[in-house]
Design a protein around this ligand. Structure first.
Ligand SMILES: Nc1ncnc2c1ncn2[C@@H]1O[C@H](COP(=O)(O)OP(=O)(O)O)[C@@H](O)[C@H]1O
Ligand SMILES: [Mg+2]
Length: 176
């Protein structure tokens, strides 16, 4: 049965995190394991999650503008784990018209989230700056492009970002 959502072409697919496969609404097994490991300092992992997400959303017929916003959020969050943390992972979940991207890491955590959200604020190390990262625009960009962003961080333990995107609305409330 086709989705009654706003996308004519959307597949009745629910993509769950690793080890938690679920049947699609049509009774077929929907989804793959969408779980991408990330390692601190290792740029070879960068972009795997955001790239997969991009093609998954394109296959679902999601508007290009929404795909772009989702990919920016996923990529900036991946880069943050690689630059700032020891290890972590990205996974995403598409349920109907709601995309949730969860990026979690073991790392230093963020002591002052308000400060970290400020444009241009960065603690990126020199090695990351040498790669051109560390402009301090990642978190502000995620916030701007997401419909909702929840940051949960414990200093000395790690950080989790939960990014929500409504796949049916091309722009969000923050984009005038
Ligand atoms: N996953 C994370 N773990 C620890 N600190 C983080 C993480 N993500 C962001 N931060 C902190 O928030 C700051 C701002 O992040 P961001 O806006 O992405 O800029 P940048 O990554 O260029 O420094 C970072 O410099 C860092 O201090
Ligand atoms: Mg960043």
């Amino acid at each position: 049965m086709a989705s009654s959502g706003k996308f004519g072409r959307i597949r009745p697919l629910t993509v769950m995190a690793q080890g938690d496969k679920k049947e699609g609404l049509d009774g077929k097994t929907g989804g793959q394991d969408i779980y991408f490991p990330l390692n601190g300092g290792d740029f070879s992992d960068a972009g795997a999650g955001s790239k997969s997400l991009r093609s998954e959303l394109a296959a679902l017929g999601v508007p290009a503008q929404v795909i772009r916003r989702a990919a920016i959020c996923a990529f900036e969050a991946e880069i943050n784990v690689i630059i700032h943390a020891v290890a972590g992972s990205l996974h995403y979940l598409i349920e109907g018209e709601t995309l949730t991207i969860t990026v979690t890491d073991m790392g230093p955590g963020i002591a002052d989230i308000g400060l970290a959200m400020k444009e241009g604020y960065t603690t990126a190390p020199d090695w990351a700056r040498e790669f051109g990262w560390g402009s301090g625009m990642g978190l502000p960009n995620i916030k701007k492009n997401a419909d909702a962003l929840v940051i949960d961080s414990v200093p000395g333990e790690g950080t989790t970002l939960e990014i929500t995107i409504n796949l049916a609305s091309p722009s969000n409330a923050r984009q005038e």
